[in-house]
Design a protein around this ligand. Structure first.
Ligand SMILES: [Zn+2]
Length: 258
């Protein structure tokens, strides 16, 4: 039988945001619960973490007032995972709420798309306005994993291990990748910010943040829909508070997706 994984969303918390920050040219003055996540896959390839979350310090620096912030250490502790022992981390993209190390996950190898690295090492990383999307520790964090041989570059699609597939989609960020995970009940898509919320699919509206291309965003959404067979319960977006209601919370901030 093909290997399968249990899939969990771990949420540090949420903020209230205007819909126009999630849906491109979306309604102004209408608010949504905008949640933050990292993900944990448990299966034969060992625990795999998807994205790193962020420190309370960086959250403050970014002016994001998450109510009752749970730390990533406490979320992983609730899942009975020692961050010091994690070997494999998938980075969906490198924006600050998805990539912030500051010494976290010291033994892990990080899988990133080539186009994401090229962008941030090139034009994106040089532009002061675009840099708002990355951590103030970005250069140091990237250098730390690169110089220690813990940065792995993916160009396109990759079967990381049996049951976990990476797929480049672009759009939201040049090297945005989604993660397709085989669960006991079938394939599940960690769509992350290629979708940001379920409403992007329902209203067929690209994410409000699209550093690369709206056409790529729409292509990504079509691909996510196809992979999940149109079933929202097989998709986890990057910032949707609806995840809190859609999936069972088995411990504080820990949601069982599949
Ligand atoms: Zn994000």
């Amino acid at each position: 039988m093909a290997p399968t994984y249990e899939i969990y969303a771990l949420s540090p918390g949420a903020v209230t945001r205007d819909w126009s920050t999630r849906l491109y040219l979306g309604p102004v003055g209408e608010t949504t619960t905008s949640a933050y996540f990292l993900w944990l896959l448990r299966g034969p390839g060992g625990p795999i973490v998807v994205d790193t979350g962020f420190t309370p310090r960086l959250c403050r620096v970014k002016g994001t007032a998450v109510e009752q912030l749970r730390t990533r250490e406490s979320l992983l502790a609730a899942a009975e995972v020692d961050p010091g022992e994690i070997k494999t981390v998938i980075l969906t993209h490198l924006h600050w709420d998805h990539f912030d190390l500051e010494g976290f996950l010291p033994k892990a190898t990080f899988w990133v798309q080539k186009r994401e690295l090229d962008f941030w090492r090139g034009a994106g990383g040089r532009d002061p306005w675009i840099r708002r999307f990355i951590s103030d520790c970005f250069d140091r964090d990237l250098e730390a994993i690169d110089s220690s041989g813990r940065l792995k570059v993916v160009d396109g699609n990759l079967r990381l291990v049996d049951g976990v597939q990476l797929e480049w989609v672009g759009g939201h960020s040049p090297g945005m990748q989604i993660v397709i995970v085989q669960s006991a009940t079938g394939p599940f898509v960690i769509a992350n910010d290629a979708l940001t919320t379920y409403r992007n699919l329902r209203d067929w509206a690209p994410p409000a943040i699209h550093l690369n291309s709206i056409a790529e965003c729409l292509g990504a959404m079509a691909r996510i829909k196809q992979l999940a067979g149109g079933d929202e319960s097989r998709i986890c977006p990057g910032h949707d508070g609806e995840v809190y209601k859609k999936f069972p919370e088995i411990k504080s901030g820990m949601y069982r997706l599949a």
